[in-house]
Design a protein around this ligand. Structure first.
Ligand SMILES: *Cc1c(COP(=O)(O)O)cnc(C)c1O
Ligand code: SF4
Length: 344
């Protein structure tokens, strides 16, 4: 019998406190990469043999502060479900493919995705601070991604497209980059006078809130253009006091904070959960922006929630929340000029 509650087994090695690297980088370097270790730490039953196969192509990655928010012994914990590889990932399901969004086709130059007018999205790094099993970029050919070349080519792309007003740093997760690397990116971007906004798509302040350092805040606060940080949290349990504090510090620096979530079966497909997510986000000074329908990426079909159910959920939210706490239900479709808003 696995107890429903219990204590997380403390790690045995401990974080190396002797180095001068920032704490968040040490936390990231020490993140759990072995499914068996995760199971032991959380007092879970031994994992099915197929789990190892599932995690071969897209490895497990769980940093300590995220792990601390998982309930030990609970295989259905909504945070655990987002990160634990499952044998179902090995299934081939019709309609699910490796590049359903046609991102390869929209690639203007290596790492530069110019799909929507006025905005350009760049893959600033292939690295993330957590590996989300439903990720729509889990099959992205990151091995071919060359952020240095992307950075070099960005200037030319911005000059050739004077209609671009906003650059979106994405990935991977751009906040896995060092502050020095981020400064190199913003230097290139802010050199173009037409760019008014720098947007950062990141899950880091959620999974490792220690990433929001005084240095990072200073960089954001001194940018000559408007910073927007679009976070990614799917469940209210992801937003603990440390996350709220990190978000507050970002807000005080003049950063506009939004959240995008993915609608995931078994994780957040109940109205009460989504309402609590909106409430917690608001406590942290973050407005819900998008609720994405799952992209049909192979290995993720077990997370699918039907569009019908999704619309029902948004209607419940509409009835029970102020309009500004209702996210837009969106689906991304290959070749469309913008995300398709379904409801909200
Ligand atoms: C989602 C996305 C954007 C931004 O779209 P918004 O609706 O402005 O949030 C830009 N480029 C790409 C490639 C995207 O996928
Ligand atoms: S952090 Fe974002 S890009 Fe990275 S695995 Fe999770 S969803 Fe994918």
């Amino acid at each position: 019998m696995i107890p429903k509650t219990g204590a997380i087994i403390p790690r045995t090695d401990g974080l190396d406190e002797t180095q001068t690297t920032p704490e968040w980088q040490r936390i990231l370097a020490a993140a759990i990469r072995d499914p068996a270790e995760l199971a032991t730490r959380l007092g879970l039953p031994p994992l099915a043999p197929g789990v190892a196969a599932a995690s071969q192509d897209f490895r497990l990655l769980v940093p300590e502060p995220y792990l601390q928010r998982i309930q030990p012994g609970n295989l259905n914990d909504p945070l655990l479900l987002q990160v634990l590889p499952r044998t179902e990932e090995n299934l081939t399901v019709s309609g699910y493919s490796s590049d359903p969004l046609g991102e390869q086709a929209a690639t203007a130059a290596p790492g530069i995705l110019h799909k929507y007018q006025g905005r350009v999205l760049v893959i600033a790094t292939p690295s993330c601070a957590v590996h989300c099993r439903y990720c729509f970029r889990r099959h992205f050919p990151y091995a071919d991604s060359r952020p240095d070349r992307t950075l070099e080519q960005l200037t030319g792309h911005l000059l050739a497209h004077p209609e671009i007003r906003e650059v979106i740093l994405s990935g991977g997760d751009p906040l896995t980059l060092s502050d020095d690397r981020l400064a190199e990116w913003s230097e290139v971007i802010t050199r173009q006078p037409r760019i008014t906004t720098l947007r950062i798509h990141t899950r880091l302040p959620i999974v490792i809130p220690q990433r929001v350092t005084p240095n990072l805040l200073e960089w954001l606060g001194t940018l000559p253009i408007k910073p927007v940080v679009v976070l990614h949290a799917n469940h209210p349990n992801e937003i603990d006091l440390a996350v709220i504090d990190a978000c507050n510090r970002l807000s005080h620096q003049g950063v506009t904070l939004l959240n995008q979530a993915v609608l995931l079966r078994g994780v957040n497909d109940q109205a009460d959960t989504l309402i609590e997510l909106s409430d917690r986000l608001f406590q942290a000074g973050v407005l819900p922006y998008y609720l994405h329908l799952l992209d049909p990426v192979s290995g993720t079909a077990h997370f699918e929630v039907s569009e019908h159910r999704a619309i029902e959920l948004i209607s419940s939210l509409r009835a029970r929340l102020p309009g500004y706490l209702v996210p837009r239900l969106a689906r991304e479709q290959a070749g469309h000029p913008a995300k398709t808003i379904i409801a909200g």
